[in-house]
Design a binder for this molecule. Structure first.
Ligand SMILES: [Zn+2]
Length: 197
């Protein structure tokens, strides 16, 4: 097996024989388990400008004993993956048609991706921070309870419940494992978003 990269296209390619959704994996780009899509800079591409041929594998056809491999062509334009095509002619045509609007589209995609990841990070950080504060408050309450004779004012303040806005939602707080719930809520689902960077 070894290392490979994954190329995500939207919509995904389907097998021309069995209709299965195909995952594009390649070892042509000094593979490092990266995920690329159209507009990604692939600095390790074997050409600066050109077409890289590889094969597209269908595991469903392979399991059924049919031909399982078809050619696929990566269009590389100044180290950018400009297209993924199933015929060499289509790849060469795509290579010849790359223009400034493409660059703007890719720039826009990259900047939107960056904003989305920043937001995701902020939301995740906020929830983990709120959880940390919750645990601290619970600990402070326990400490205050065990030292009943002399209530420490600091732990009393820490135990005070803040405004609702600064609390985790009930679905997290009431979960048997709140930290697992936080992780689950922020889990990566979209393969598209995978490997934006
Ligand atoms: Zn197939």
């Amino acid at each position: 097996m070894g290392l490979f990269d994954t190329i995500v296209v939207d919509p995904p390619f389907l097998c021309e024989r069995c209709g299965a959704t195909l995952e594009i994996q390649t070892k042509e780009f000094d593979p490092g388990m990266s995920t690329y899509r159209i507009g990604s800079v692939i600095s390790s591409a074997p050409v600066v400008v050109g077409v890289v041929k590889d094969s597209l594998f269908c595991s469903a056809c392979h399991s059924a004993g049919r031909t399982a491999s078809d050619p696929i062509f990566f269009v590389i334009w100044h180290h950018i993956l400009a297209g993924v095509e199933r015929t060499e002619d289509a790849a060469l045509a795509r290579l010849a048609s790359v223009d400034r609007p493409d660059l703007i589209t890719w720039l826009d995609q990259a900047q939107r991706g960056e904003r989305e990841w920043r937001q995701r990070f902020r939301r995740f950080y906020r929830d983990v921070k709120l959880w940390h504060e919750h645990v601290e408050r619970e600990n402070a309450k326990l400490a205050a309870g065990s030292a009943a004779t002399e209530v420490d004012s600091e732990s009393e303040a820490a135990a005070r419940v803040p405004f609702r806005f600064f609390l985790l939602p009930d679905e997290i707080l009431n979960s048997p494992d709140p930290l697992a719930e936080i992780l689950s809520q922020h889990e990566e689902h979209s393969p598209e978003a995978d490997g934006m960077f």
